[in-house]
Every structure is written in C-alpha cells, then in structure tokens.
Design a binder for this molecule. Structure first.
Ligand code: GLN
Length: 481
C-alpha cells in the first residue's frame, strides 16, 4: 500500500481501524521524501528521526486504547517561517540560518497536542517575499508536475511537498497569496483564513496586518480538518477573534443549491491566459448545474489592489525586519570596527535583494516625505477595497475568481508581483479565500480557482469547494521525472 498517496482522512481511518500503524504511514512519507526530494527540493530541514520516534509513541498510545484526535499520526510539513522549538526556523534567509527558536508557534503546540507528525520545515521565498520560492537563500523548489517550472510562492515548499506526496498536509502562510498561488500551481487545496481566525504567535512576520497561517492539503476535507485544529482565539495574539468555531470537516456539505456566487467582471478583464479563462468558465457552468445562482458583480477597485498591497506590505515589512540587527539573535557579520558598521554589514550580508528592496520601499513609504503620498493613500484605498467587498456580499454568498492569471511558469521568469493580482485583495480586506484545482492546461499543469468568502464564513467556501471536488475529483499525484 502506498500510504503516502492517501489523504489525511483516508489515513486517519486506516490508522483508526488498525489497517496500518502510524510508523508505517510515517515511514512511507519519509521514504517518498528520500525518493524525490533531490528533484523537488521542498524542504529546508527534514526531521526523519524525530518523526519516526514520534510515530512509535503515537502507536503506543493507540495500543493503550487512548482516544486521539482524528489527525493523530498524520505527517505534516511546516513552512520554515513558523517557529518550532529546537528545530531550525530560517524563514529561508541567511539572516536566520542559525536560528533555533526556544519556543513553539501556537499552531505548532496545537499540532503537537493532536499528535500529528512533523516531517520537516518547508522551503519558501526569503521572509515570504515572492511568488516563486526562488528568493529562498537555500534553493528554489521545483513544481512536482514539471520540474522546470516554479511551484509558486511563497509557500512553494509546503504546496510542492503535499502535491508530491512528501507530506500529507502542510502549513503555509499567506500575506498576499502565498498559500493560494502555490496551491494553484501545484494542483492542491489551500485556505487563507479570515484575518484573526488563526494565531500568528510564532509566525515570523512579513506584514502583520495581512499575514495568516493556513492549511494546504490534497482534498477539501483534509484542509477543513486541519483548519478546525489550528483556528481559534489565542491569548498570545490579540488580533485573534474570540468566536465559536464549529468542526469545519464534520459540517462539510455538498448541497450548495441556492447559494449565490458572485463573478466580478473586473477579474475577467485582467490579462488572463485563455486556458485559465476556459477552465474557470467551465467551473462556473458546473456550479450552475449544482444549483448555485451565478451573479455578475463589480469590484472596480481591484485595479488598485496590487499597488496598495505593495505599499502596505513593504511598510510593515520594513518595520518588522528592523529587529534583525545582529545583536540578539540570527546572523552577525564578522567584519566590523564599531556598532554602526556591525549593523550595516550584518544586514548587507544576510538579506537578499528582494528583502532589501522592500525595506527601502517600505522605509520611504513611511518617511515624512513619502507618508502622505504613499502609505496614507494606500490605507485609504484599502478601506475602499474592503467596503466594495462588503457591498458585494449583500448580493452574493461567495465570490469566484481565478487564483492566478496563468498556470505555473518556468523557473527563472521574472514575475514577482504579477502572480498576485487576483489574491491580494482578500488579504487587504481580511477575508477568507481558498484555492481549488479546476483542471489542467494542455501541458498538464494545474489551474486553480479562488473562492472568497465573508469574514469567518470559512464553512461556506469550504462547502462550495467540497461540492465541486465531489463532482469533478482531485488532481492525480504527479509522476516525478
Ligand atoms: N507574492 C506576494 C509577495 O511577494 C505575497 C507573499 C505572501 O503572501 N507572503 O509579497
């Protein structure tokens, strides 16, 4: 039995009825990593020994008859900007290439208390800045469907690992599309939760007002299971909201009759690749067949979403990255004669080009000279984008758009920014949004659609995704050649 090919829900059932042990499941995934990692490069750190030890511990608990969480024993990859106590957490930067956190992110505590098995830490763009995983200090990750192409970013390692069977589930983070873009390019499901639904405690910040951690899986059910585990109020993150979350997996329903789905005209006026447009159009027809009401709506400010995002995210990043000065933790230059030189050389040597350019842009946007013209205007535009969504949701229950303008492009294509035109608005407005695979192009590369929901209404977008997946199936795991 090739256990690494199973979904989390299937594996959970096999473990529960004792058709396989957690050790067998973990071994299967670890063997798959050994088999394909030199081609895919999804991981920065692989935790093979710890994973197998933990797996045996979980098997012992099962043998003793302990009642465990449904995700107990399921192998999960963690994006390397999420703090893991005692395990390198580099954020794919030279700056943190020696950083071993003394504490766990809240989501990691939850994963450990559910007895999931951490397979390792996955690759990303440096400090999550990028859409291709190529700004990583370590290496670019490859798309398992075609190794010459990007898996997307910044959570490219997390999406590629799940797509290739090198993890059953993974965690990513999404500031402007970093879960949804790689999920679209790799043919997997990825959810960016509502801002404030999942604790950011222990997430290495890019832009704190936009960042959210979220699940990536091969099926909607798997994503719903992991989301149910990680969401909820946390005293360590004052931006998490104290509301009651149900069990999103148990409450999944594919009866979506009379749900109304808004189709924003402006997204379809973007420079969309024809095959992406065709796939999304077919998906919309499928939703009509499934009984949804399809409504054309307008989100005219989306035109300004990308520059608005670029200013706000760079401004916050420039402030968040101020802490990396070589004093308290992380990299320190060995070449300096005084304190100032130590700061300058540390930051010059350990940040990559993309990070440096965003620090420059962000610092300028917040300066006395730039504030009114850039940062303040971007914040006003953000409000407008948000209120347009609020109005749109008076007319529909969810909004369907492409996730990306094209399928995965070749590694080495200079495309930072363009890949995000459909995804950043959900972050600016704090809304939940999911990527769901909706077909393959003529080169057999996956295409994704995005479903955006009302705040804290993850259940509706998960149901809409679930109904489509039940009708059309999931993307086959690629042969890796
Ligand atoms: N690609 C976007 C950027 O470069 C989004 C990154 C993210 O969501 N972390 O900023």
């Amino acid at each position: 039995m090739e256990l690494y090919k199973k979904s989390a829900a299937e594996l959970s059932a096999l473990i529960k009825n004792k058709s396989c042990s957690v050790e067998e499941a973990t071994k299967s995934v670890m063997d798959r990593i050994t088999q394909v990692e030199n081609k895919v490069d999804a991981y920065i750190t692989i935790c093979e020994q710890d994973a197998l030890t933990k797996a045996r511990e979980v098997d012992e608990k099962i043998a003793k008859g302990e009642e465990l969480h449904p995700l107990a024993g399921i192998p999960i990859g963690i994006k390397d900007n999420i703090s893991t106590k005692g395990i390198l957490t580099s954020s794919a930067s030279k700056m943190l290439s020696n950083y071993i956190p003394p504490y766990n992110a809240t989501v990691i505590d939850k994963i450990n208390s559910a007895h999931m098995i951490i397979t390792g830490k996955t690759n990303l763009d440096e400090f999550a800045m990028g859409s291709t995983t190529e700004t990583s200090y370590y290496k670019p990750t490859k798309n398992p469907h075609n190794l010459a192409k990007t898996p997307g970013g910044s959570s490219g390692g997390s999406a590629a690992a799940v797509s290739a069977g090198q993890a059953v589930l993974s965690l990513g983070s999404d500031t402007g599309g970093s879960i949804r873009t790689p999920a679209a390019f790799c043919g997997v499901v990825g959810l960016k939760p509502t801002y404030g639904a999942v604790s950011r405690f222990g997430l290495i910040a890019l832009a704190s007002s936009l960042d959210q951690i979220g699940p990536i899986g091969r099926t909607v059910t798997d994503v719903a299971m992991l989301y149910s585990l990680i969401c909820g109020h946390d005293n360590m993150d004052a931006t998490t909201k104290n509301i009651k979350h149900g069990d999103y997996a148990k409450n999944l329903s594919s009866d979506i009759r009379n749900i109304s789905i808004g189709i924003p005209t402006e997204y379809f006026n973007l420079d969309l690749n024809d095959e992406v447009r065709d796939s999304i159009t077919k998906a919309i027809k499928k939703y009509e067949e499934l009984g949804c009401n399809i409504k054309e709506i307008s989100l005219s400010s989306n035109e300004y979403a990308l520059p608005t995002y670029q200013i706000i995210s760079a401004a916050e990043a420039s402030s968040n990255l101020g802490r990396y000065d070589g004093v308290k933790f992380g990299y320190r230059s060995s070449d300096y004669a005084n304190l100032n030189e130590m700061y300058v050389n540390t930051r010059s040597e350990a940040f990559g080009d993309e990070v440096k350019s965003r620090i420059l842009l962000g610092t300028f946007a917040l300066s006395a000279q730039g504030y009114n013209d850039y940062y303040y205007k971007a914040k006003l535009m953000q409000q407008q984008i948000s209120s347009e969504f609020t109005e749109a949701f008076n007319e529909c229950d969810a909004i369907l758009t492409p996730t990306t303008l094209t399928s995965a492009f070749d590694l080495g294509t200079d495309a930072i920014g363009d890949a995000d035109s459909c995804t950043v608005a959900a972050n600016l407005a704090g809304l939940p949004a999911i990527n769901l695979p909706c077909g393959l192009d003529s080169d057999s590369m996956p295409i994704g659609m995005q479903i955006i929901g009302k705040k804290f209404d993850e259940q509706t977008i998960l149901n809409i995704a679930f109904a489509y997946e039940n009708a059309c199936g999931i993307v086959n795991m690629p042969e890796i050649v």
